[in-house]
Design a protein around this ligand. Structure first.
Ligand SMILES: *Cc1c(COP(=O)(O)O)cnc(C)c1O
Length: 366
């Protein structure tokens, strides 16, 4: 069987280093807010180029904390609006609504699945405070047009960088393109921990400090609380694993790029629409290789019969979820079309050439 993502195999590549690090942390007797976490923050900020990195408990928390910190700093308040793509994973939207702000959904671009930047301006009101861009499937969304809009209206650009660790736009890494970025190290992400983990990167000193305090019970000194904070810390074991894996992320992303290129050049079936390749290959880290087809159900069943696992990212858009009843009446035809037609093929740094060839052969025969 060709698995969609073989996490065991992905992590066993680094078995010795990871086991040594975990054992070291176990024996150290220090499990939260210690040296590994501090090192990881330094490593991540050096890797990204952003001045500050703050480790937190998950990607969702990273995004929630960015908005919460802007609220504490008086830059945003309840009822303000944040623009976000209509076809994202629900976490992006939750981070906004959890804080009492209003997610304003914008259609994606059918060719690259990212927010359609040309449709942002018409959604801006006096209450708009930020655009949350999502580098969906690992592909950067950034342009001069986007940064001009943000500047013109005084909006913050928040990157949801959960899927695009290591991607680069014009020599700048994702996570350092906007005002603040939320990262996820959920095990299945390109840089995955062995449990939940996340981080915020930013070059805004006040924002970084506020997030650090908020994530630790709103406490800047033990038992002194300046905010009604939460508990969202990156633990030492996860940080130690991430310190190992961060060293290899570029190499692993290159392996994903090779597979994506092979899919892109060798897949030939009129029933299948391939994802658009970026002009510069660095702009994509291929967290997912997502095709579109009108015959998704039969294609997925066919591939399952051939022993090939696929997944759908995502079957239901946020505005059609029961959780967002207030958005259920809205219509986003492009986003809905994407959600109806997408299928994610296996891709990972440990997938070998034979497996890729096999998948291509079956897809071309469908
Ligand atoms: C995974 C993901 C998140 C949330 O990350 P968690 O670590 O699972 O909380 C947010 N946004 C996007 C686009 C994601 O893919």
């Amino acid at each position: 069987m060709i698995k969609f993502l073989d996490l065991q195999k992905i992590n066993l590549v680094h078995q010795q280093e990871i086991e040594e690090k975990i054992l070291h942390t176990f024996r150290s007797g220090w499990y939260l807010l210690g040296e590994e976490g501090k090192n990881f923050e330094d490593n991540l900020s050096a890797y990204t180029g952003a001045k500050y990195a703050v480790g937190v408990a998950s990607g969702l928390d990273a995004l929630r904390l960015i908005i919460r910190a802007y609220m504490e700093l008086g830059i945003m308040q309840k009822g303000d609006e944040v623009i976000v793509p209509a076809n994202t994973y629900i976490a992006s939207v939750l981070a906004i609504s959890d804080n009492g702000l209003v997610p304003v959904l914008v259609e994606p671009d059918l060719d690259n699945y990212n927010i359609d930047v040309s449709k942002i301006e018409e959604k801006i009101t006096r209450k708009t405070k930020a655009v949350m861009v999502v580098h969906l499937y690992g592909r950067i969304v950034f342009s001069e047009e986007l940064s001009n809009i943000a500047q013109k209206y005084g909006l913050k650009i928040i990157e949801d960088n959960a899927q695009a660790t290591g991607a680069e736009y014009d020599g700048v890494k994702s996570g350092n393109l906007g005002d603040a970025a939320g990262w996820s190290f959920y095990p299945g992400k390109n840089l995955g921990a062995l449990g939940d983990a996340g981080a915020v990167t930013t070059s805004d000193k006040d924002l970084a400090k506020t997030i650090r305090v908020l994530a630790n019970y709103g406490s800047d000194q033990k038992y002194i609380n300046v905010y009604k904070g939460l508990n969202s810390r990156l633990d030492e074991i996860q940080a130690s694993v991430l310190n190992v894996k961060l060293k290899y992320i570029d190499e692993e992303n290159d392996k994903r790029r090779k597979i994506a290129e092979k899919y892109a050049t060798q897949l030939q079936n009129p029933k299948i629409i391939l994802p658009e390749l970026p002009k510069n290959e660095k702009e994509h880290v291929w967290h997912l290789f997502v095709i579109r087809t009108k015959e998704r159900r039969s294609l997925q069943n066919y591939l399952t019969d051939k022993g090939i696992q696929t997944l759908i990212h995502y079957p239901v858009p946020p505005h059609k979820q029961k959780a967002y009843k207030e958005l259920n009446g809205l219509s986003f035809p492009v986003a809905e079309k994407i959600h109806d037609e997408v299928l994610s093929l296996p891709i990972s740094p440990v997938m070998n050439e034979d497996e890729v060839t096999k998948v291509i052969g079956f897809l071309n025969g469908f």
